[in-house]
Design a protein around this ligand. Sequence first.
Ligand code: GLC
Ligand code: CA
Length: 556
Amino acid sequence: MQKKWWHGKVAYQIYPKSFMDGNGDGIGDLKGIISKLDYLKELGVDIIWLSPVYQSPFVDQGYDISDYYKIAEEFGTMEEFDLLLCEAGKRDLQIVMDLVINHCSDQHEWFQKALKEPEGEYADYFYFRRGKNGNPPSNYRSYFGGSAWEQVPGTDKYYLHMFAKEQPDLNWENPVVRQKLFEMINWWLDKGIAGFRIDAIINIKKHLDFPDFEADGPDGLCACTKMVESVDGVGEFLEELKENTFSRYDAFTVGEVFNMKEEALEEFVGEDGYFSSMFDFASHVLSEGKNGWYDAKDIEFKEWKQAVIDSQMNCQGKAYLSNIIENHDEPRGASRYLPDYARNPAGIKMLGTVNVLLRGIPFIYQGQEIGMTNCRMRDISEYDDLDTHNQYERALSAGLTKEEALEVCYKYSRDNARTPMQWNDEANAGFTKGIPWMRVNDNYKEVNVEAQRRDADSVLSYYKKLIALRKSEEWKEVFVYGEFCPLFEESEKVFAFSRILGEKKVMVLANFGRDAEIVALPSEIDKVLLGNRECIGDIKDTVSLEACEVLVFSLK
Ligand code: GLC
Ligand code: CA
């Protein structure tokens, strides 16, 4: 594959509201981010993805944008954003913005104008449709529950919202809308950002007849994804988007793509794809419940490993996926992909190693590098996320008790990843001098940056070594361009793979089992590059791995 500037990069996702509060109002902000750039540099990352910082009523935490050209007041000013770009640049860090263009906020001036004149020009920026016999135009359930159609006040029409009703879907069929979005994208790229993470993008293509589908839940509705899956042609929009924007700037783009048709991989992220990369959600979907979080199942090691291997094999030589163990929509990886007995610093380092050394672009989510975990809330009222409230209600309607429903949220809530970043053991984990907008995880006294910085054996110190290894002169080509080869695929306990480029061969060996494992190596060890255990005995062609032990070494 042709080499690209972003192939060897390591990315870090910031959730601005919860990263660092610079002015004491309890909400993270740009000033706070600027104050932590040195920390990120020290960690070794290159690209910073900012979840949305645009003006927004924050119904869906900034994924409902009311002005694409403004910075949310809560986060600061455009001057501060420019300063962030400049300070990042000085440190050779690049900024990637979130691009939310499937929908906007109902407070956006386009939608406000559309409401005022439901037959006018702006109504065609959205999907306004007549209802059927007093019902919405079709039976779609929005991603956040309830009908995906909301009545336009004072009319017999409805507008489509695949997410919350405050997030009306933009009409991509309208060339004026596309043009305005392209202009906006280029305006940001002209500022000097390196690219975009592209939100919920598969949804931009609608089936314009909006046909009903068979109900698939107790609410009598069907998932709106059925409509998305039933239609072709998203590629034409994406090609046009790329041609008019990203490709003119050699931007790095990473798509949030669910429900892609499998054979479309190369079209999306191949050599000449619509995007540079897209997230690998193969592990994430393993715990998708049929009716919601309440009937989701725990992830078994074996199926998780297989999902990771399958994705790796599937994109080999074709595409670079972006690898995550968590993000702002997911519970913490440390509380999800590790068996109970491995939910400790050793296990967390092991999980990080396996993820960061895969083929693709590693994305680290804020707090992952110190092993932040899911957060126990005492009551549903402590959750802010609208989807958590929706899922809680669904669980109750399915007959779960309040305690059981709360337990479900503890496992799967998006707020698990949205609690404030834990900087030190002072009040509010050093995140704010005010009252934090969301509860701080009780474990901040033990799990925090300051303590881990001083401890050479901490998760944070380990992550620094791990990233440094991946980017080291000697090994970076192997980790970026080397082939991924799974090993001991049948093992119920060991996750092992090698990365091979020419003469160079690195092996990653991790024991997810409860007991020690003896592993015979395919050839003799050359040198140990990294491990999460102090003393590594004399190893030649067999290795004894403790539970939760991971070892990275080169082979002769
Ligand atoms: C994406 C975002 C998520 C948001 C949704 C609607 O999935 O990651 O946080 O709620 O899109 O914009
Ligand atoms: Ca603030």
